[in-house]
Write a protein that binds this ligand. Structure first.
Ligand SMILES: [Zn+2]
Length: 387
């Protein structure tokens, strides 16, 4: 977790992009549109689609076709729109590369929704690259990817890379492949989101981690809980984001906790307990929804691939007190319940406002999106986060 100032983009993307292009924008933060804490469940209708979400031919006729592989971004405009129809159960990654440091360069994502585009998110910071991903989980879906810059766009390329992606709890093949966390099509159904403190280029995880995360999201959604906020995983190239000693190769993810207001969003370190020396003092836990947090963590455990979870001991105790009821009522499996009670859930300092989950096995060689082999050496210690 690396909280930092942020900016949201609550307008439909084209309006926002046109405004950026005309008015200039000094934003330099690394996240895309995120629902505010209060509105964290407001992207999408919450209804599983049964008909393809493919836009008619000629819909938004200015959109260029986005082909698999590298596409040149025309340099004669300050806003360029691409269209791609993505098959269901496919992970589509969009990687914009450019040179120089164009001002206000924004990569945005929309999908077709009934008869209009629905803005899903954008990303606007960091040198050399912008990255987003989509994953239609139920039906073939039209997406639009927008590239906009105050300075105009020159010499940029947008690369589309599509991979099969089954939404199952357990991964059985290609499990260490580094993929970007998809921007949810519908946060109510998918049960997670990247919030105001999330940095999009730092949300690349192993396939098995992403599958587990999405399984946890579906579980919290089916239990009527708000989506949970995902923070750092790994950088787009598998390296550790700033402030972390681990979080390499997409093997670690930080997630926020549920509060008793029903919302899962970044909270400060004294929110869930009175803490000193980065740990909760006994008897001071407050504002904490242990049941909802147990369900979320249990959803990850169903993957059978979580090797450790760091959380403050006082919060662990509260989570464990919920396990028996959740197993008895069938919300969690006995396996997940046993894991929540086991040493896999363990205390680590500085985890009194978020949980850190690790997916690491003995051989950590990983194939990245550029077929880059990253060595899986050691993440021996959990980082102390930058303020
Ligand atoms: Zn962490």
């Amino acid at each position: 977790m690396n909280p930092q100032p942020h900016r949201t983009h609550p307008l439909p993307v084209l309006l926002a992009l046109l405004a950026l292009a005309s008015a200039g924008c000094a934003t330099d933060e690394g996240e895309y549109f995120a629902p505010s804490a209060e509105a964290a469940d407001e992207v999408g209708s919450g209804v599983v689609p049964t008909e393809p979400r493919i836009a008619p031919d000629g819909f938004r006729p200015d959109a260029l076709p986005l082909e698999e592989g590298r596409n040149n971004v025309p340099s004669d405009s300050s806003v360029v729109l691409f269209r791609v129809d993505v098959p269901a159960h496919s992970h589509a990654s969009f990687q914009l590369k450019y040179s120089g440091s164009p001002s206000g360069l924004v990569l945005g994502l929309e999908r077709f929704d009934k008869d209009e585009p629905l803005f899903l998110g954008d990303t606007d910071s960091g040198p050399g690259i912008r990255v987003l991903a989509a994953l239609p989980s139920a039906v073939d879906t039209t997406y639009w990817v927008t590239v906009a810059s105050d300075d105009g766009i020159s010499g940029a390329t947008l690369t589309l890379s599509t991979k099969d992606f089954e939404d199952e709890a357990r991964c059985t093949s290609d499990c260490r492949r580094l993929l970007q966390l998809p921007t949810p099509d519908d946060t109510r159904l998918e049960g997670y989101y990247s919030g105001e403190t999330s940095v999009i280029r730092q949300q690349f995880g192993r396939r098995d981690l992403l599958m587990a995360l999405r399984n946890a999201g579906r579980l919290v959604s089916s239990e009527g809980l708000a989506p949970f906020q995902v923070e750092d995983i790994s950088n787009w190239n598998g390296t550790a984001p700033p402030g972390h000693a681990s979080h390499r190769n997409g093997e670690d993810v930080d997630i926020e906790l549920y509060a008793d207001d029903g919302i899962n969003v970044w909270r400060d370190h004294q929110f869930f307990c009175k803490s000193s020396s980065q740990r909760c003092r006994a008897g001071t836990v407050r504002n904490f929804d242990a049941r909802a947090t147990a369900i979320m963590l249990g959803g990850f455990f169903e993957s059978r691939r979580v090797t450790i979870v760091f959380l403050d001991q006082q919060l662990i105790n509260a989570v464990r007190a919920e396990v028996s009821d959740l197993v008895a009522s069938g919300v969690l499996s006995e396996f997940a319940g046993d894991k929540l009670k086991s040493g896999t859930l363990t205390h680590f300092a500085n985890h009194e406002n978020h949980a850190h989950l690790r997916f690491r096995d003995s051989s950590s060689a990983l194939v990245g999106e550029d077929e880059l082999l990253l060595d899986g050496e050691a993440m021996e210690s959990e980082g102390v986060y930058a303020p």
